[in-house]
Structures are given as C-alpha cells and as structure tokens.
Ligand binder design. Structure first.
Ligand SMILES: [Zn+2]
Length: 286
C-alpha cells in the first residue's frame, strides 16, 4: 500500500477502494469525457431546444477552457496531497469516519451543496466576482459543454473553500471521490439540452436539479438569471425562496446568455480568460 493510501483513512483499506483511489485522476477524466460524449449524443437525438447546425466553435472553446481548469486543479490538488506541511495540519479525528458510508456521503453532498449555493449567490451579487462568473453565463446556448465553461479564478476560489472545509472535517478520501463524481455527473446532466417530459421534470426537480430547472438560471432575463442557484439539489433554492419557473413550452424559445457580450468573438478562449480584467470597457454588470 502506498503512502498516498495510508493517509486516507480506514475505509480505503479494501483492495477495490485502494485501486479506485490510486486511479482517481483517471476515473474523473474518463467520467468527464465519457459522460459528456454520451450526453452530447443524447442531446442531438432528443434535443430540448433545436439548433440546425453543430456548434463546433462553442464546443471547442468550452472544452479548451474546461480541460485547462481540470489540469490546473488536479495538479494543485496532488501538490497539496503530497505536501507534508498539509498532512501535519490534518485533524486526527474525522466527524464522518464512524458513520455509515452512505450517510456520510449524503451528509457531505448536502454540506458541499450548501457551500456552493452560498458561493454561487455571492458570485452573482458582487460586481467584482460577477466579472468572473459571467464567463459561465455568456454562453448563448446551454448544453453539456457549458458545464465546463468557468473562469479559472472562480474554479480556484470555489475549490479552495470547499476543499478547506473537507480537509478540516477530515473526510475519508473515498467519500470525497464519490461526492466529486456524483456532482460532476449531475452538473453534466443539468447543463444538458435533454428533452425530459414535463411530468418527469416536475417530479424530478424536487430531488435533483433538472436541465429545465438549471437552464432558466441561464436565461438572459435577470429575474431568472438571479434564481435557481442549486447545482445538485434544488433544496436551498426552495428554502431561501430563490426558485423561478416559466411555462414548459417557453423553455424552447427563451433567450439564453446575457443581453450583452453576444458576439462570436466574446466566446473565444482568449476573450473568456481576459474578460474579467477588461470588464469596464466591454460590458455593464447584470
Ligand atoms: Zn450563475
């Protein structure tokens, strides 16, 4: 067993879990690529919103931005994991260690969702943070590739805060990996252009964020942009009264993206990376 596995807690001692943990980067990469390819094909067969052309240029820029973020985050996480300084800071006791794994997983999903819900709202209300989050919102269509379109500063800030809390709770690594995988899968699905029947969507959205629920967050109408903040569960939106809805048919025709920054050039990789730093010259806040 490697040093990497020994620091991860008792649940990692099982051989299968050890294998999973030692290949978690590969698993995340395959889940990201594989999940996206499946949903891309599904979207073309049963699209919620029809577009005659393949948006190759949009996809290409979203993929490049997403995999740039993916590489930087994985590199930083492995650096932290191998650091003896961080290992010394890790608390000895874990609050979740003695729980049933399924309960620990649900609890961590709930905790992470609460943190990301609060951070998401913060990125909408702060003019400075909005410059970075706008990179995600200025996609003029929303499909599974949009889930990858985030500015690296937003990804770094969110990862730093979420991972710090997970680190302080000393959550077993296998629980962290399954939570990351589940969140990734639901984020891919909720950004997809899948055509779910109205009755299915109506029932599902009580439990998870559906594509229609999240697509409304990408509406160019600010009343809807500033609503439906949940990433995995819609419960915090229900709790804090930030849910908005439109008639089922309207989802097919509503304008997505922002009222401003709708040009083809605005979605180019270099422009997406530079946008927050040249904001005053290019756009007004929401
Ligand atoms: Zn948002």
């Amino acid at each position: 067993m490697t040093d990497q596995v020994n620091i991860l807690g008792p649940s990692s001692e099982h051989v299968a879990l050890t294998l999973l943990l030692n290949h978690q980067d590969l698993i995340m990469l395959v889940a990201t690529f594989g999940g996206m390819l499946v949903l891309l094909m599904w979207e073309r067969v049963w699209p919620r919103r029809h577009s005659p052309d393949l948006p190759i240029s949009r996809w290409w820029n979203n993929w490049l931005l997403g995999y740039l973020n993916f590489a930087i985050i994985l590199w930083l996480l492995r650096l932290v994991e191998q650091s003896s300084w961080f290992a010394a800071l890790r608390p000895e006791q874990s609050l979740l260690e003695h729980m049933h794994p399924a309960l620990a997983l649900l609890l961590l999903l709930f905790i992470v969702e609460g943190i990301t819900y609060a951070l998401h709202r913060l990125f909408h209300v702060s003019p400075l943070l909005w410059r970075f989050h706008a990179v995600h919102h200025l996609d003029t269509e929303v499909d599974v590739t949009t889930s990858h379109r985030h500015h690296i500063v937003e990804v770094l800030a969110t990862t730093l805060i979420v991972m710090s809390i997970i680190f302080l709770l000393n959550v077993p690594a296998v629980i962290v990996m399954f939570v990351a995988l589940l969140r990734l899968m639901i984020a891919l699905m909720s950004h997809s252009n899948l055509d779910l029947p109205e009755s299915v969507d109506r029932r599902l959205r009580w439990f998870i964020v559906t594509p229609d629920f999240h697509r409304l967050h990408h509406s160019s109408d600010p009343r809807h942009t500033n609503s439906n903040y949940g990433a995995v569960f819609p419960w915090f939106d229900y709790l804090f009264n930030t849910v908005s809805t439109v008639p089922y048919k309207e989802q097919r025709h509503m304008q997505l993206g922002l009222e401003y920054l709708r040009g083809r050039r605005d979605s180019r990789l270099d422009q997406l990376l530079l946008l927050p730093f040249v904001w005053k010259r290019r756009a007004l806040p929401i």
